[in-house]
Design a protein around this ligand. Structure first.
Ligand SMILES: C[S@@+](CC[C@H](N)C(=O)[O-])C[C@H]1O[C@@H](n2cnc3c(N)ncnc32)[C@H](O)[C@@H]1O
Length: 297
């Protein structure tokens, strides 16, 4: 089960969910950006799996509307004082993303890896504990980004921007609309010794039209990423576009959407029910079998 992590000072509620694992995963994906963090409590005595989802109190009505469509039992409770920072810090373990890349909390002094990404669990999504972040980093690593001009849409903690910089990008621009992420993004830059410093732009990626780059990264839910792919296709950019944040059930929709835009989705990677893909203009793909080992498509 995934554990997206982000601490916040906003008024928070815990939504306790119980039901079939698949329903929990779908519900978590549908809650999307409303989720500030989620924890899987230790398994009980043979009961249904549970998930504790942390949400801003102001998002409760939207979450309740969504819950009406799911087969889950739910309970709301306030976040106990001190529960948040203390628990995240206690529970934050290094995440091995690839053989060469590990994400560690900024206070970790013992973990070793060829590439360490240091992240402070903070106000933003992107600690590596969510499969979608790991899939995106794996896709960057496979594709390579040495010397590339990278655009990170929905940068959250900056974890993908930092990964791109450490993997040799020549320039990284990150776009994020949530002002709560800015402090965490900037802190995380200081914990990592970066060859190039990613530049953060405050903005809505749905209005972003500048795709003059070599590689686009977007770990955002399909409601956002699909329209962004449309803007990307209209821009005639020849960049490669890594999409993450999709469910495996979105595969057909992604491929159909891409086809209708003159794009193609390939190099699909999966972890549990999550899916990432590399999207590019259909006429960009080199002739011959170009898929790397382990790719699904
Ligand atoms: C799933 S998180 C990904 C964070 C990080 N890139 C990672 O891979 O872990 C999605 C991020 O996109 C941001 N986001 C969602 N919709 C957006 C929009 N329309 N414009 C800008 N940022 C957006 C959210 O605030 C959130 O920080």
């Amino acid at each position: 089960m995934v554990v997206p992590a982000a601490a916040t000072r906003r008024e928070l509620l815990i939504l306790e969910l119980e039901g079939p694992r698949e329903e929990l995963e779908i519900c978590l994906a549908q809650l999307g950006d409303l989720v500030t963090g989620a924890l899987e409590p230790p398994a009980g005595n043979g009961g249904n799996p549970q998930l504790y989802v942390y949400l801003a109190a102001r998002d409760r009505p939207a979450a309740e509307a969504l819950l009406m469509t799911r087969r889950l039992s739910s309970t709301w409770r306030p976040v106990p004082k001190e529960d948040w920072e203390v628990n995240w810090r206690k529970d934050f373990e290094p995440v091995t993303v690839t053989a060469g890349i590990t994400i560690v909390p900024d206070w970790d002094t013992t973990t070793n890896a060829p590439i360490l990404i240091r992240i402070r669990p903070g106000l933003a999504f992107g600690t590596g504990h969510h499969a979608t972040t790991c899939l995106a980093i794996r896709a960057i690593d496979r594709l390579g980004c040495r010397g590339a001009r990278v655009l990170d849409l929905g940068s959250g903690s900056g974890v993908l921007a930092i990964a791109a910089s450490l993997l040799g990008a020549a320039r990284v621009v990150a776009v994020e609309h949530d002002p709560d992420c800015e402090g965490n993004f900037k802190d995380n830059l200081t914990f990592n010794s970066l060859p190039v410093t990613p530049r953060l732009v405050a903005g809505d990626v749905l209005e972003w039209t500048d795709f003059d780059c070599d590689l686009v990264l977007a770990n955002i839910n399909p409601k956002v990423v699909f329209p962004v792919l449309e803007h990307f296709s209209r821009s005639k950019s020849r960049a490669r576009f890594i999409v993450s944040g999709l469910l495996t059930g979105d595969e057909t929709r992604l491929k159909t959407h891409c086809r209708s835009l003159g794009l193609t989705a390939r190099s699909l990677l999966r972890e549990a029910e999550w899916l990432s893909a590399v999207v590019e203009r259909r006429d960009r793909r080199p002739a011959g079998p170009a898929t790397a080992a382990g790719e699904i498509d």
